[in-house]
Ligand binder design. Structure first.
Ligand SMILES: NC(=O)C1=CN([C@@H]2O[C@H](COP(=O)(O)OP(=O)(O)OC[C@H]3O[C@@H](n4cnc5c(N)ncnc54)[C@H](OP(=O)(O)O)[C@@H]3O)[C@@H](O)[C@H]2O)C=CC1
Ligand SMILES: O=C(O)C1=N[C@H](C(=O)O)C[C@H](O)C1
Length: 274
């Protein structure tokens, strides 16, 4: 374990998570903001990252040059967009630095590219970086394992702010995967992601998703286990974005001395039983 502060780059520095990360890195022992990146043409280029995040000037100017930023850094924290994260994964692998990916909405092809980059890099990726949601995933897996799928239906409900662009949320999919693991099934072939019109009765053993969007909701998730005459509900409510940012910085520090590989927050938090 190194005694020096881990030099971190925040990409998507002007975004909701980017600004939160700049604040959380500032208050975390063992981590320091090395650089802050935005896309070329962004109005944030040239601004002081601390000033943008409400901390006052910290002497780190936002640039659009990730290659230069990664060169002398040890990790990059990335809550951006799927195409951007795939691109950053290639650059992070070249620079042999830790890449923490919070971006959601990645396609199967994107995931494959990230996994390929993890042959040379340490990538930690999760649809939700908070301790609470990852613990919830463990509980959902246990509940799904315990309850007979012919008697119990599983539905995942989520609500987010009106700016969110992907659905179902990364967290809803993480919880669906946990339920599928508990049941020993493949989520992709057992999920019902939308319902509309004359759907017919619910197919036994499927895992359903429902998506709500509105206002400034940070992130609400509920897994409903519905039996005959009874409901079990397991929920998580995010009060503010600092829970995700703290988890992401913890993941970067955890991965600092790990071998190249594709890790999840369950690995970081010691909750991985697989
Ligand atoms: N895993 C987790 O725990 C969490 C995941 N998320 C996920 O993180 C992602 C970002 O969320 P949020 O912060 O709310 O979104 P925002 O839109 O507020 O922020 C994304 C930022 O990334 C920037 N960006 C996009 N492409 C590039 C690029 N190529 N280079 C540099 N910067 C780029 C955007 O710039 P521009 O606006 O110009 O496009 C924007 O500033 C989403 O996928 C979200 O679902 C969010 C919270 C928690
Ligand atoms: O876009 C968001 O805001 C969030 N995205 C993540 C997701 O898709 O689950 C995590 C969190 O719920 C906030």
């Amino acid at each position: 374990m190194s005694n020096t502060e881990m030099k971190l780059v925040v990409v998507g520095a002007g975004g909701r998570m980017g600004q939160t990360l700049i604040r959380i890195i500032r208050e975390t022992d063992g981590a320091v903001l090395h650089a802050a990146i935005e896309r070329p043409g962004s109005p944030f280029i040239g601004r002081d990252a601390g000033e943008l995040a409400g901390l006052g000037p910290i002497g780190v100017e936002i640039t659009d040059d990730p290659l230069a930023a990664f060169l002398h850094a040890e990790g990059v924290i990335d809550f951006t967009a799927p195409a951007a994260s795939v691109n950053f994964a290639g650059l992070a692998a070249q620079a042999r630095i830790v890449h923490v990916v919070g971006t959601t909405g990645c396609s199967t092809a994107d995931e494959e590219k990230l996994e390929a980059a993890a042959r040379h890099a340490r990538i930690v990726k999760s649809g939700n970086m908070s301790l609470g949601v990852n613990l919830l995933g463990v509980l959902v897996e246990q509940a799904a394992r315990a309850l007979d799928p012919s008697d119990w239906d599983i539905e995942v409900l989520e609500m987010h702010h009106k700016h969110k662009v992907d659905a179902p949320s990364g967290t809803a999919l993480l919880l669906g995967e946990a339920a599928a693991r508990g049941r020993g099934i493949d989520l992709a072939t057992h999920s019902v992601r939308v319902r509309d019109g004359h759907t017919g009765p619910r197919e036994a053993g499927s895992i359903g998703f429902a998506t709500l969007r509105g206002g400034s909701v940070v992130g609400e998730h509920t897994v409903i286990l519905a039996g005959e005459g009874e409901l079990v509900t397991l929920s998580h409510s995010a009060g503010d974005r600092s829970i995700f940012a703290r988890g992401a910085v913890k993941a970067a520090l955890w991965a600092r001395d790990k071998k190249p590989g594709f890790y999840s927050m369950l690995d970081v938090l010691g909750l991985n039983s697989n």
